[in-house]
Write a protein that binds this ligand. Structure first.
Ligand code: 4G0
Length: 252
């Protein structure tokens, strides 16, 4: 899969995307990431890429011509590339969007700065506007990296031959259960006894219950969407009873 990133700050992308798992995926040819400096497509002597907004107001707006030329240069190599603009006004990005985008062979990601781009860029060149969350960043670059990371995890081989993002629990709409590794005792803090029992069905049951406990306390919105079995419902009842006992002051 190929990613082309249009940005005024191409250097931001070198180290985050070349470390660890994504670096390996690039080495192995599973993903290809290229940055395009929008400033290279400004034709005037001073390579101006922004201007004051028509109608007045604060801040600067990214000019349409350099962006248009940058997008056209990338799309001339592949006219069917899917073109995304990262903006707080976009459709909220989630695991399902990441999975769907991973079937695209070529994504073009436009990173805005300042107050964003001239509206005509969106009308004429953008297929989809995406937001990674309800907060404002100084530019779309970090949002583009988040998208690339989440999408790349769905590409076969990126997480290794024996693992896939399809198995992640978010995919099954519950939060993950707690994980422990050695040492057994850290500064007096131990680990749940069941994990040492060797009883695999007891371990599975404990993990399912802890996943339900976390989801119910931190993300109750996810529980309503989850496909809960009869056993899950029984575990949730136990959790709620336990919580009530603790509230009453009889627990820990
Ligand atoms: C467009 C994306 C881009 C408009 C980009 C800012 C957050 C996200 C940018 C603006 C971004 C996100 C109107 C300030 C660049 N910040 N949540 N910053 N405005 O995905």
């Amino acid at each position: 899969m190929r990613f082309d990133i249009l940005t005024l700050f191409p250097n931001m992308f070198s180290s985050p995307l070349q470390e660890s798992i994504l670096g390996k995926a690039i080495e192995r040819g599973l993903i290809q990431i290229q940055t395009v400096n929008i400033r290279d497509f400004a034709l005037d002597k001073h390579k101006v890429v922004d201007d004051t907004p028509y109608g007045g107001g604060q801040g600067m707006v990214m000019k349409v011509e350099p962006i248009a030329r940058a997008i056209e240069s990338v799309k001339s190599q592949n006219p069917s590339a899917w073109t995304i603009y990262l903006t707080p006004q976009g459709k909220p990005f989630d695991q399902d969007s990441a999975r769907k985008l991973s079937s695209q062979p070529h994504l073009v990601l436009l990173c805005g700065r300042y107050e964003g781009v001239d509206e005509r860029v969106k009308d004429l060149f953008i297929d989809e506007e995406i937001s990674i969350g309800d907060y404002v960043l100084t530019g779309g670059e970090l949002a583009a990296m988040v998208l690339i990371d989440a999408v790349s995890r769905f590409i076969p081989g990126v997480l290794g031959s024996d693992r896939s993002a399809e198995e992640d629990s978010f995919f099954n709409s519950l939060l993950e259960y707690p994980q422990y590794t050695r040492p057994f005792n850290f500064r007096g803090s131990g680990i749940p006894e069941v994990l040492l029992s060797g009883n695999h069905s007891a371990i599975s049951l404990w993990r399912r219950k802890e996943a339900l406990r976390r989801t119910s306390s931190r993300r109750p919105d996810l529980l309503t969407k989850a496909n809960l079995s009869e056993e899950d419902k029984k575990l949730l009842e136990e959790i709620l009873k336990q919580e009530k006992r603790e509230k009453a002051g009889h627990g820990f």
